[in-house]
Design a binder for this molecule. Sequence first.
Ligand code: PMV
Length: 305
Amino acid sequence: MKIGYGKTHGKIILMGEHAVVYNYPCIALPFFDASVTTTVTEDTTQRLTCDFYDGLFETMPELMSGLKKVVLCVLEALHHEHTNLHITIESTIPIERGMGSSAAVAGSVVKALFNYFEVPLSHEQLLHFIGISETITHGKPSGIDALTTTSTEAVYFIRNQAPQPIVIDMYASLIVADTGEMGKTREAVASIQQKLDQPEVQHHLHSIGQCTTQARQAMENHQPIVLGQLMNEVHHHLDALGVSSASLNQLVNLANHNGALGSKLTGGGRGGCMIALCKPEDEQRIVQALQQQATHVWSMSLKGE
Ligand code: PMV
């Protein structure tokens, strides 16, 4: 039987979320512990199956309109608008948690469709198609999610510029904890856009940009303590911009109280996940503390092997 496959992974924004929308830099890492696999098989109708839906493309719910659009655009580009097939999506990336789930799902579907029809797909084309879905899902995407969920390298990214790969090699661990609450990226991005003319909003965005530039230097110089301090600073600015939440602040305080070098929300905020940087020897204690309040905790080493 003919079959097509596509795989992508989650992403973590280390620094620069929200400010990246306004052309400040952002640093993001691929997150391989959570991934999406899509398979495309022959069928007698045009059908899609995922955790939230099992049915015809035509009747996909409003919530999935970004994905529907990208499926139709890819089929049109491949001149297979009327070809019957079954798309099955399996994801371990929690949705609406700032881990790039929507971009990763769109990316894996695009890859699987091109693979099914045995048409080569460039990374540029892939990003273009994910962008179609993300514009509907997020409103004003910077492109960072599309890039990091389809790339194996950490990147320093400025909107509309070529991304620069960053080598991460620090004696440190990164912990990711899920509040269990849906993040509200679209709402959070819009809320900042609405008050862009306020000088303090400009100040916070500018400061996040400066911290991100310094964070890159700290990473290049293998200085986790400096990076941790910058993460705390950025969290303070994001909170002041109104995109944190009580549960995110609670996890940030808990991690820092238990010896993290620094912590912050990651992604769009108002729910979703936070990250904490720590020395490897402190990782277990912080993970255990966060597990008391978070719905899921992951950790990864930042030591390049
Ligand atoms: O998809 P999320 O929740 O990780 O948010 C993406 C990061 C933002 O800077 C908030 C928005 C964007 O498009 O860059």
